[in-house]
Ligand binder design. Structure first.
Ligand SMILES: C[S@@+](CC[C@H](N)C(=O)[O-])C[C@H]1O[C@@H](n2cnc3c(N)ncnc32)[C@H](O)[C@@H]1O
Ligand code: SF4
Length: 333
């Protein structure tokens, strides 16, 4: 009889724990002192116009040079980092040439890269490059219905479907079963809103056995703030949390990289360096830098991050209610 399979994305906390890439403290929890995720952005360029996009207020053009990016990766690895995250300040396939040497370098240093894309600009050659360089690819898709997809992104879902099938083919050899666990390097991420609440089941079915499905709730920043009323509609936020929880393959609905205790690893055990070198406290909190990587070592950045995480003491800073007021009052910026 077929056993129920649990999917695990290569590069996610569960994978890192299962593969001995995380240090533990005396209580058996992932040690707070280990830098695990180093997250980086590239200049904003995108072919879609998503209503939700939290990048709206932070479209940088000035960018760090490749040597500085390599130095950040090297110093991160020396502190224990296992993953380079490229959540994308825009669409990575729009500026693939800039990403390529960085991904290549991260791979040479033994890091897994988690790369996000909207999936509309895929071609086989570039997908093969990612596959060959230890990249776990996470494709965003909030609906497979053409009209809903267009309403949410101004784009064509047909392009995403083609991209997903192409990625499925290239990444097929990465899918590996071990007992009741299926490891994969392909992810699909959906953000639940009023418009697509009814489409998550279909997306979940589409993910099959090879796409790890991440179902998240909205962050109220940028487009997420400007379009909040339309995206949330008449539902309570908790209803979105419940939908996310029901369908997500992360064991906690709502965020991409949860530890077992519910804390977000990208915030608690990560640093985020945006396009121009500014250091953010998390990938989604795009304003109010806490430093700049051009003048700080990764050790200094990680020290500052740990200080703030301790003070903030919340599972996901980006989803903290009254975020702006909170940052001003308790964190001092
Ligand atoms: C900013 S996008 C950049 C990469 C690529 N363009 C894409 O859409 O996947 C990175 C991730 O942020 C998510 N995202 C954007 N705005 C969001 C919001 N307001 N709340 C939650 N997630 C959001 C997207 O769904 C995507 O998975
Ligand atoms: S969420 Fe991604 S695809 Fe959509 S506008 Fe933002 S950067 Fe572009």
């Amino acid at each position: 009889m077929e056993t129920k399979q649990r999917k695990v994305l290569v590069g996610n906390p569960t994978y890192l724990q299962a593969n001995g890439l995380v240090r533990y403290n005396e209580e058996g929890r992932p040690a707070k002192s280990q830098l695990v995720y180093t997250i980086m952005n590239f200049p904003f360029r995108c072919n879609l116009r998503c209503l939700k996009c939290y990048r709206e207020p932070a479209k940088h053009q000035e960018t760090l040079d490749t040597d500085t990016r390599k130095r950040i990766i090297r110093e991160s690895r020396d502190l224990g980092a296992a993953v380079l995250g490229i959540p994308g300040e825009g669409e990575p396939f729009f500026y693939f040439d800039e990403i390529q040497p960085v991904v290549e370098y991260a791979c040479s240093q033994g890091l897994i890269t988690l790369l996000y894309s909207n999936g509309t600009l895929f071609d086989e050659e570039r997908l093969r490059f990612l596959y060959d360089h230890n990249v776990s690819l996470i494709v965003s898709c909030d609906s497979l219905k053409p009209d809903t997809f267009r309403d949410l992104t101004k784009g064509d879902v047909g392009r995403v479907r083609e991209g997903l099938e192409m990625a499925r083919e290239v990444y097929q050899p990465s899918v590996r079963r071990e007992g009741e666990t299926t490891y994969t390097r392909l992810g699909l991420i959906s953000i639940v809103s009023e418009q697509n609440m009814g489409d998550i089941a279909e997306l979940s079915e589409f993910t099959g056995y090879d796409f790890f499905h991440i179902v998240n709730t909205l962050v109220r920043i940028g487009g997420g703030e400007d379009n909040w009323e339309s995206l949330i509609g008449n539902h309570q936020y908790t209803e979105y949390m419940e939908t996310a929880k029901r369908y997500t393959d992360t064991f906690l609905g709502g965020i991409t990289t949860p530890w077992e205790d519910g804390n977000c690893a990208a915030f608690h055990n990560g640093i985020t360096i945006t396009t121009n070198g500014d250091v953010q406290i998390c990938p989604a909190v795009v304003k109010k830098p806490i430093g700049n990587a051009k003048t700080m070592s990764v050790e200094e950045i990680w020290g500052k991050q740990q200080e703030l995480v301790k003070k903030i003491n919340f599972w996901c800073i980006a989803r903290r209610p009254d975020l702006e007021a909170y940052l001003k009052e308790f964190v001092g910026f």
